[in-house]
Design a protein around this ligand. Structure first.
Ligand code: FES
Ligand SMILES: [Fe+2]
Length: 428
């Protein structure tokens, strides 16, 4: 449970708020690079941290990100012409460079000199890992890009998608680090009921997750604070003298890495406030060793797992609350717990069902919410520290993001962090 004041502090992300200032200290995923694919391509709209922006790739290939509204009389630059190293407002022709400088004002006399004085709000961008990142903070605090693994593998080894969710970002992070929901929300009815057929199917399966989730549905949580955020260790009984551990990271301000099983691709998320009541859900799948396989591409295309099918302009999923996420009640009766197709839509449906900003003063948290409690505490502490002029360490140390999630079987007397270190040493 959070107090109303804490909840307000964590969830409001517009300019001048505590969470808003905090997010404005980091590079944030803003656009898929494919949204601005080539020099002088059409501009795109973007809402992020409560601000309406327009992005464009200029003639030189640089990506500009500027206030959507022209400083002259506030027309939208989304309708602008992207031409010869600048975006021109089509109302009266004022033209802006990626830096925000107004370089042409064809309806004003040159001797008036206005074009030297007028600027539009413009934010720095970087193209990195298939994404255009934006920095909306103070110029003198420019952070480092996070050295996340998915951003550094070859393009053929990864797939990135984004979708718009109609909840506050915090609710979405909470869903992402809540390891206990997958046994229910994403389960089949057979898995939930532990039917003999299901037991037969998974008891010797190479899918360790399914096997050990079956044996122990009450995971134990340990959370450790690190310099990048948190490592969340979830323990299940495996054999007589072993535990099955799943290690996931929460990386500031809002990245996660889902536990990795060798041989399969890794998945991660990043959640970025769009405004207080909506967020961008970024989902990354990558294979550190090889290009994504035909099987992996099939799963992505069919939207059965972590990526959703979205409208290519609004990035709103086709399964959304207006059509009840296309729920199939017969499917729910007979096969899956939700009757909703795909993990992404299942997460979105349940998180949106809580309202755009869940009332955290009315929750009853349990031990399975340990990671959520730790994450909120960490973000609150970070946001309050920034208000006291303590800059976030992670924003300026991109190398600390060079970590990987894990799932491992360890003897019961081996602490998970030691076991994980041994695993890394064995792989090097
Ligand atoms: S409103 Fe943009 S040039 Fe006038
Ligand atoms: Fe989920």
């Amino acid at each position: 449970m959070l107090s109303r004041e804490e909840s307000e502090l964590l969830t409001r992300a517009g300019p001048g708020t505590a969470a808003g200032d905090y997010f404005r200290r980091f590079w944030l995923p803003a656009l898929l690079a494919t949204e601005v694919p080539a020099p002088d391509c059409p501009p795109v709209r973007l809402r992020i941290l409560g601000e309406d922006l327009v992005a464009f790739r200029d003639t030189e290939g640089r990506v500009g990100m500027v206030d959507e509204y022209c400083p002259h009389r506030r027309a939208s630059l989304f309708w602008g012409r992207n031409e010869e190293c600048g975006l021109r407002c089509v109302y009266h022709g004022w033209k802006f460079e990626v830096s925000g400088a107004c370089v042409d004002m064809p309806n004003e006399p040159p001797e008036y000199g206005l074009d030297n004085k007028v600027r539009i709000v413009a934010y720095p961008t970087r193209e990195y890992g298939g994404i255009i990142w934006a920095y909306l903070g103070p110029a003198e605090r420019l952070p480092e890009l996070p050295k996340l693994e998915w951003a550094r593998v070859p393009e053929s080894h990864r797939y990135i998608s984004k979708r718009r969710q109609e909840t506050n970002y915090l609710q979405a992070i909470e869903g992402g680090i809540d390891s206990s929901h997958s046994n229910f929300l994403h389960a089949s009815v057979d898995a939930f009921r532990v039917t003999p057929d299901y037991v037969e199917k998974v008891k010797n399966s190479s899918n360790l997750r399914a096997r050990y989730h079956l044996l122990d549905r009450v995971p134990r949580f340990t959370v450790k604070k690190t310099d990048y955020g948190l490592v969340i260790a979830v323990r299940r009984n495996a054999g007589e003298d072993t535990y099955y551990w799943r290690l996931t990271q929460f990386l500031l301000p809002s990245h996660t890495i889902i536990p990795y099983q060798k041989g399969l691709s890794i998945h991660g998320h990043c959640w970025v406030p769009r405004d207080d009541e909506t967020c961008w859900v970024w989902t990354m799948s990558w294979n550190p060793e090889a290009p994504l396989s035909a099987e992996e591409w099939k799963t992505i295309r069919e939207g059965t797992f972590v990526h959703a099918d979205v409208d290519p302009v609004s990035f709103r999923p086709y399964r959304n609350k207006d059509n009840d996420y296309q729920i199939d009640r017969a499917e729910q009766r007979n096969h899956s717990m939700t009757g909703i197709h795909g993990f992404a839509a299942q997460d979105q449906a349940i998180q949106e069902s809580m309202g755009p900003i869940v009332d955290r003063t009315r929750e009853r948290l349990g031990t399975s919410d340990t990671a959520i409690i730790a994450m909120r505490r960490l973000l609150l502490q970070q946001m309050r520290a920034l208000r006291d002029d303590q800059e976030p360490f992670a924003a300026h140390h991109g190398a600390i993001y060079w970590v990987r999630s894990a799932s491992l079987l360890l003897k019961r007397d081996v602490p998970f962090d030691e076991g994980a270190r041994d695993l890394v040493a064995a792989q090097v």
